[in-house]
Design a protein around this ligand. Structure first.
Ligand SMILES: C[S@@+](CC[C@H](N)C(=O)[O-])C[C@H]1O[C@@H](n2cnc3c(N)ncnc32)[C@H](O)[C@@H]1O
Length: 217
């Protein structure tokens, strides 16, 4: 693997500014939803956290299939962003639940699936992959679980949600749902407060799905 050449594609040039990028990684700014123009095929394609960004997932996964070497693998990791709780402690009266429902609605209204995770397995099958395998993992929202592993997952998830809340929210809520920026700020402040409450046991799921391109295709 150390002699592999890794091509990373994104809309953003941010990662290229990181001086710790290994020498065998090359970055390209490109639109993964446009027709792929690569002249060679890849041994492995990894697609992670593209929910609420992609308009046509089956087409994206078909392009992955076309550009994978026979016998090569495609792996997708993505979320099911619907927040739930195992004990009913997340209720419609929570700003977090209200926000989550509105977020999912706005993303779908904008034509981008916010919960691609549970659909990845089917899309890989439909594109023609063999040996399709899918896993589902709990991502707790905050360190509320007693289980040590889930507590740590929840702490990291808390960090990434609180750091990114406005960035996840402004465009969908102001452009699609017609909120003002100040209204979004109020909702975000309420969510931050609720997420610190150890009695709210929210979680959502992370899905991992991978498949192998048949030999001879
Ligand atoms: C949530 S980040 C995930 C980044 C990375 N895949 C990871 O897992 O750390 C989503 C990334 O997708 C990029 N993006 C969104 N739509 C895209 C598109 N159509 N083509 C290429 N990149 C896109 C954004 O610029 C952003 O960097």
């Amino acid at each position: 693997m150390s002699r592999s050449v890794i091509l990373a594609s994104s809309f953003s040039t941010k990662a290229t500014e990181n001086h710790r990028v290994p020498p065998n990684v090359r970055f390209e700014v490109d639109d993964v939803e446009a027709d792929w123009t690569y002249h060679r095929k890849f041994d492995y394609i990894h697609c992670r956290f593209m929910g609420t960004a992609i308009h046509d997932w089956p087409r994206l996964i078909r392009q992955c299939f076309e550009h994978t070497e026979p016998g090569g693998w495609v792996e997708c990791i993505d979320l099911d962003l619907e927040w739930n709780s195992p004990d009913g402690s997340l209720t419609p009266s929570h700003a977090s639940k209200f926000f989550n429902t509105a977020f999912l609605k706005a993303a779908r209204k904008g034509g981008m699936e916010p919960c691609p995770g549970p659909l990845l397995e089917r899309w890989l099958h439909d594109a023609g992959f063999n040996n399709v395998t899918a896993e589902r993992h709990v991502w707790s929202v905050g360190p509320w679980p007693a289980n040590k592993h889930l507590k740590e997952v929840g702490a990291w998830n808390y960090l990434q949600i609180t750091e990114g809340l406005e960035a996840f929210t402004y465009a969908l809520f102001t452009r699609i749902l017609g909120y003002s920026r100040q209204e979004v700020d109020v909702v975000c402040a309420k969510i931050r407060k609720e997420m610190k409450n150890p009695k709210m046991h929210a979680f959502f799921y992370l899905h991992v799905a991978y498949g192998q391109k048949p030999e001879g295709k």
